[in-house]
Design a protein around this ligand. Sequence first.
Ligand code: LMR
Length: 396
Amino acid sequence: MFEHVAPYAGDPIFRVAAQYQADPREKKVNLTIGLYFEDDGSVPLLACTQIAEQRWAEQKQPRVYLSMEGLESYRNATQQLVFGADHEAYLSQRIATIQTLGGTGALKVGGDLLHEAYPTSQMWISDPAWDNHHSIFGGCGITTNKYRYFDPQTQAVDFTGMMADLDTLPEYSFVLLHPCCHNPTGADLSVEQWDELIVLLQQKKLIPFLDMAYQGFGQGLDEDAYAIRAMASAGLEFLVANSFSKNFSYYAERCGALSVVCKDKAAAELTLGKLKAWVRKIYSNPPVHGGAAIAMVLTDDELYQSWVNDVAAMRARIHTMRQAVHQQLAQLAPHYDADYMIKQQGMFSYTGLSLEQILRLREEFGVYMLDSGRISIPGLTTENVEYYAQSLAAVV
Ligand code: LMR
């Protein structure tokens, strides 16, 4: 039936993660997929979610359908976390939020809504990108393009190139942005650059779509949401996808949200209706288990504090590993510029290695990073960090 359809080449991230799993060598390092590992190499199950899951199980709630938009408490707590409980946009109820199937689900519903409302508009995505952004929005029927983002020379954002590219876009073009911890480069805009960009977006009447999958992994939960809050304060109308996969270590529960910041409460109500219509067409309504636990954590003072501490510990461990690699490479390979380890932030960094070097690392040393040279920092631990630095030094 499907012989005429092109075979699936596999996902560039999951494919290398599977290669790592299949490698029988004992000594190997997994820097592929964006998963947070503890220093002992395990993926944490946070105490706050365990307690919340147990409390919820004890309530013995019947599993009736949720509404299309999801749990009210989850949606409300998400708005407070992403926008800030004292933000005017939140207080005036001009944000329409739905519970989604991870951040990916939020991008899909948002993409469908955008394409329905602006069928001729195209999407601009950072170069380089999280590859799935092109796939998701392409799947919504949106033509995707790239804007300049990363300068390998400075290992930082090519802000001049980015602004120049966005300046040429037609009105109502969609612009995909990462508020923090850019995936795949780890290079983020400064507060001043965000402020400058917001002016441009407003002047050119562009429609921003902000994808925040790593809130709390950069500078802090509030700091990482700067761009979102500043954009809402400036009066822009835009979309935000956020994910709890990483900062709750809750990948398999598929918990995320899509928020649309509107000009007023009436517009938000109308938008919520449109979002519900899309959800009904795609998957009808979200599952309850993970969402109920997250809502419980975010609305209980003690559990919330425990979670904030967990996120701070994850952020600190990533920071420590960045410093450790940087220090070791300064000695082992002084000719190789590893400043990106301390200049960039969040889960990922771009090593700037060639494909040949990347393949050598895999084959000779069992060190797995993506073909693009992206590394997921939490795959590094006290135990393997020296081995990683030595392996890298051997190929550069
Ligand atoms: C990643 O970029 O590794 C993560 O966001 C996982 C994924 O779904 O690609």
